[in-house]
Design a binder for this molecule. Structure first.
Ligand code: ADP
Length: 769
């Protein structure tokens, strides 16, 4: 199926446009996505750094407070056993640092002072454990902001021993400030940590430990306020995998097996996204990363980016983990991408439509050209008619096409004329069926059929006595070789036999498939007949030549012998007369002489008879056309003439018929021509020609044969017997010729030719009507 130029152009334009836009758009999309994701990464890291700074800023004062209290205790600014003063000192610290939940001091003897914030009775509550005289006193005091005791209660059931608490033992063993892991405070049930600093005596012994409780819920609040993209979240994970700060603090706590609260682990927190992003961290022990780690992941069909920051510090072995949906950063460009795809599609459709219009515009002249070309080739439009509006290229194509068509038409016309008007028969024969496809008038006249009749016939139908199978064999051989030249005897419509020479060639199409044969047919019946006549003439001539030669020799001999024989006869007669007078009738001499005379007379009679034989032939005289006879004799000397490069010029004229013995006259002409060719052959002259001229008067037709040779040798006695200049000549030819001509009633003579050659002439009587 051929595709329309318009559609191809439209689709190509639209497709190219679409591909170009998509490539540009995709490249810009990928670039901007990368930039935005880099930006997201930076943002996540900034949030992490921010959280770290905030955490440090939040916790450092607590450390300062604990260490300050310890230093005070060490420096005995507050006697460690002056519990009232110590309580007051701790109260002051609590008052000034709002994020501290409580401060406390325990010593080696089990004494304990604890000041903390309170929700009931008063804003602060102190717990003081003291051993006096081996008795343990536990007292609870509620105070207002001015340190005024609002309520006071003993707590005899209390069994708390500071020296057994982990913060005490760790600080005691490490002899430096320690930070506990975050845990859920028992009293407030809020998450927090404890910082503890040992108090050392001047002898280096540990006297006690100062501790500070810090609630870290504030870290979760901070995280909740943090702005990370639209929906980003940061959380703080402890080194053991506990999530200790989360924008949603409710998720932090979980109930332990013993009924107490504990932190939810990163792999169990009810934040699916955080679990997916950071759950893997739980496998690490401790949960620490040394370098900032950026990752991308999918959760519930949405894509996210995440960053895990390195551990904050040795004291705070926490990791800040931040995640945010990818769409917060690249959502806009994804939307943009979708919009751009639609724009690309729209532009492509528009381009396609424009392409279609354009193609139509371009194509219209092309279509008009194609239609015109088709009409021209069908002969419905004259190629010389002006072209419609078109392109330069098409104009050139039109010129070439027009020329081509004109040439083709001329060739067709010429072929048609050649075919129709040819002096030979011409036919086209189907190579498949052998049937005539086209025949010309000449072929019709050769065969005697009408052209319409011939178109119904096959070539084989003409063959006289030819086996169709043999003919088909010839056809298939012709198909193989591509041409053929045969002579066949054929039958005309009227039943006459004709000899046809057929020259055929096979015409094939561009793919080499046989189309038909084109054959030229010559009727060679006449020329075959005249050939036969020439052959017969030749045979007659050689027979005649032998007879003439014999006759002429006999005549010559008779002529030559006649005189001596006459002399012998006369002498024999005289001798007989003398002998008779001298010796009488019966002498032996007389007998011998009589015998001699008789034999001499007999010899003379034989000679006479021989001379009469040479003169015979009168009875074979017939009227004939001298022109035609000369034409035939030319065939006989053709080979010799062309061997010596001699040209024979003969212009037949409209002459009356002559009378004579046809073959003898032919013999004369052949003789003269051969003499002329031999004479010319012996020279170097370039004009090797023989001119035969005929002229007629009332009684005779004169034939002259003039050659361009050297002319007759002057010392030669022409027309005499045995006169020759040739090594192998007999010198009888010319004398025989003259005798033939003269016997036929004509004359023969020689005259010098105009160009120096020889010119032999003879006359033949005109036939009487
Ligand atoms: P032959 O040909 O056997 O010699 P011819 O009687 O035919 O006998 O010729 C006799 C001689 O006449 C030739 O030998 C030749 O010398 C001369 N002769 C004949 N025809 C020509 C000619 N056309 N031109 C020159 N000489 C000729």
């Amino acid at each position: 199926m051929k595709t329309s130029l318009g559609l191809v152009l439209a689709f190509c334009l639209a497709g190219l446009q679409f591909v170009a836009i998509i490539i540009i758009m995709w490249s810009s999309y990928v670039t901007s996505e990368r930039v935005l994701l880099d930006h997201a990464r930076n943002l996540l890291r900034d949030s992490g750094i921010n959280t770290i700074a905030h955490s440090k800023g939040f916790l450092n004062p607590a450390q300062d407070a604990a260490e300050l209290a310890a230093r005070i205790a060490e420096n005995k600014i507050v006697a460690s056993d002056n519990r009232q003063l110590l309580e007051q000192l701790l109260f002051q610290q609590l008052l000034t640092a709002p994020h501290l939940a409580g401060l406390f001091y325990g010593d080696e003897r089990g004494n304990f002072v604890y000041v903390k914030r309170s929700d009931v009775t008063a804003p602060f509550r102190s717990k003081i454990i003291s051993y006096e005289g081996g008795n343990r006193n536990t007292e609870l005091i509620w105070r207002d902001r001015d340190y005024v005791a609002v309520a006071q209660l003993p707590d005899p059931k209390d069994t708390y021993d500071p020296r057994k608490r982990p913060w005490y033992t760790q600080a005691q063993q490490q002899r430096s400030t320690i930070w506990t892991d975050p845990y859920i405070f028992f009293s407030s049930q809020n998450p927090g940590i404890t910082i503890a600093a040992p108090v050392t005596a001047s002898d280096g012994k540990i006297q006690g430990v100062v501790g500070v409780d810090i609630e870290i819920s504030e870290l979760s609040e901070f995280l909740a306020q943090l702005k990370i993209g639209e929906n980003g979240t940061a959380l703080i994970v402890n080194q053991n995998g506990d999530v200790i700060a989360h924008p949603n603090p409710a998720l932090l706590k979980t109930v332990d097996t013993d009924g107490s609260f504990r932190f939810a682990g990163i792999e169990e927190i009810e934040d699916g996204i955080a679990q997916t992003a950071f759950g893997g961290l739980a496998k690490l022990d401790p949960v620490l990363v040394e370098t900032e780690t950026y990752a991308e992941f999918s959760y519930d069909g949405a894509d996210f980016v995440s960053t895990i920051m390195p551990t904050i510090s040795a004291e705070l072995p926490w990791t800040i983990a931040v995640y945010a949906p990818k769409s917060d950063f690249v959502g806009a460009i994804v939307q943009n991408r979708t919009r751009n795809i639609w724009i690309a599609a729209l532009v492509s459709v528009l381009t396609g439509a424009v392409g279609l219009l354009l193609a139509n515009y371009i194509n219209r002249p092309v279509r008009a050209f194609a239609v015109r070309a088709a009409l021209i080739s069908q002969g419905e439009v004259d190629p010389s008619e002006p072209m419609p509006r078109t392109y330069k290229e098409l104009e050139r194509a039109n010129t070439a096409l027009t020329e081509e068509i004109m040439q083709r038409k001329t060739a067709e016309r010429e072929y048609g004329q050649t075919f129709e008007l040819s002096s030979r028969g011409m036919v086209q024969i189907s190579s498949e069926t052998g049937r005539f496809i086209r025949v010309n008038a000449k072929f019709a006249s050769i065969t005697g059929y009408e052209p319409e009749e011939l178109l119904q016939m096959k070539a084989v139908d003409f063959l006289a006595s030819e086996d169709p199978a043999a003919f088909n064999r010839i056809l298939s051989e012709m198909l193989d070789s591509g041409d053929a030249s045969v002579v066949r005897k054929c039958l005309r419509k009227d039943g006459q036999t004709v000899w046809l020479r057929v020259n055929a060639i096979l015409i094939r199409d561009n793919d080499g498939k046989p189309l038909h044969f084109v054959a030229t047919i010559n009727d060679i019946t006449k020329s075959l007949n005249s050939q036969k006549q020439i052959e017969k003439l030749n045979r007659d001539l050689s027979h005649l030549a032998r007879g003439e030669l014999l006759g002429q020799m006999a005549a010559g001999l008779a002529h030559e012998l006649n005189q001596p024989l006459t002399a012998i006869t006369q002498n024999a007669d005289a001798a007989l007369l003398t002998a008779t007078e001298n010796a009488g009738q019966d002498s032996e001499l007389q007998q011998i002489l009589q015998e001699l005379d008789q034999q001499a007379h007999r010899a003379a009679d034989i000679i006479k008879a021989l001379r009469n034989f040479a003169k015979k032939g009168e009875e074979w005289k017939t009227p004939f056309d001298l022109d035609a006879l000369i034409g035939q004799t030319l065939h006989l000397v053709k080979a010799e003439a062309s061997e010596h490069g001699v040209r024979i010029e003969f212009n037949p004229g409209d002459l009356p018929e002559v009378t004579g013995i046809r073959t003898q006259i032919a013999q004369v002409i052949v003789n003269l021509l051969r003499n002329a060719i031999e004479a010319i052959a012996g020279t170097d002259d370039s004009d090797n020609s023989i001119q035969i001229t005929l002229s007629a008067d009332k009684d005779f037709v004169t034939v002259s044969v003039e050659d361009s040779g050297p002319g007759v040798d002057p010392g030669l006695d022409l027309f005499s017997q045995f006169e020759t200049t040739k090594a192998d000549g007999m010198g009888l030819g010319l004398s025989i010729c003259r005798s033939i001509i003269e016997t036929g009633g004509g004359r023969m003579w020689h005259e010098p030719g105009q160009a120096g050659g020889a010119c032999f002439c003879f006359t033949v009587p005109v036939a009487q009507k």
